[in-house]
Design a protein around this ligand. Structure first.
Ligand code: FES
Length: 119
C-alpha cells in the first residue's frame, strides 16, 4: 500500500508516492538520489552510529552557540561520517576504550569541519 509523503530536504519540498512502510533512508537514497545518508550496519558492527552521535552533539552545540544554523547540522554529520569512512576511523569498537577513541576522533573531525567553515 502506498501513501503520499511530503517532506522538505535541504530546503527543497518534495511530494512522493512511496510504500507506507518505506524507511526514510530508502526514500532519501533511492527516490531523492541523496547518497549522503548512510545506513551503517544496524548491528553494532561498523561504528557509524557512534560517529553520527558524536558529530550530531558537536553540531547541536555549535547551533546552540549560534555558530551554525539549524539546517547546517546535517552537513556537519554527513561530512564527519564521510571523513571517518575515508580515513578508516570508522570501525566497530571492540572495547570501551576503542569506543571512547572513536567518539573522540569523530568529535575532532566534526570540529575541524566547523573550523574550515568558519575560516
Ligand atoms: S550502525 Fe553500525 S555500529 Fe551502529
Amino acid at each position: 500500500m502506498s501513501g503520499v509523503l511530503r517532506l522538505v530536504v535541504n530546503g527543497v519540498a518534495h511530494v512522493l508516492a512511496v510504500p507506507r512502510a518505506a524507511p526514510l533512508l530508502g526514500v532519501l537514497r533511492n527516490d531523492l538520489r541523496l547518497n549522503g545518508p548512510k545506513y551503517g550496519c544496524g548491528l553494532g558492527e561498523c561504528g557509524a552510529c557512534a560517529v553520527l552521535n558524536a558529530a550530531n552533539e558537536v553540531a547541536v552545540a555549535a547551533f546552540l552557540d549560534g555558530r551554525i544554523g539549524f539546517l547546517d547540522i546535517p552537513a556537519v554529520v554527513t561530512d564527519t561520517l564521510e571523513r571517518a569512512e575515508r580515513n578508516t576511523v570508522l570501525a566497530a569498537p571492540a572495547s570501551l576504550e576503542e569506543a571512547t577513541e572513536l567518539d573522540f576522533s569523530a568529535r575532532q573531525i566534526a570540529l575541524e569541519f566547523l573550523q574550515r567553515r568558519a575560516a
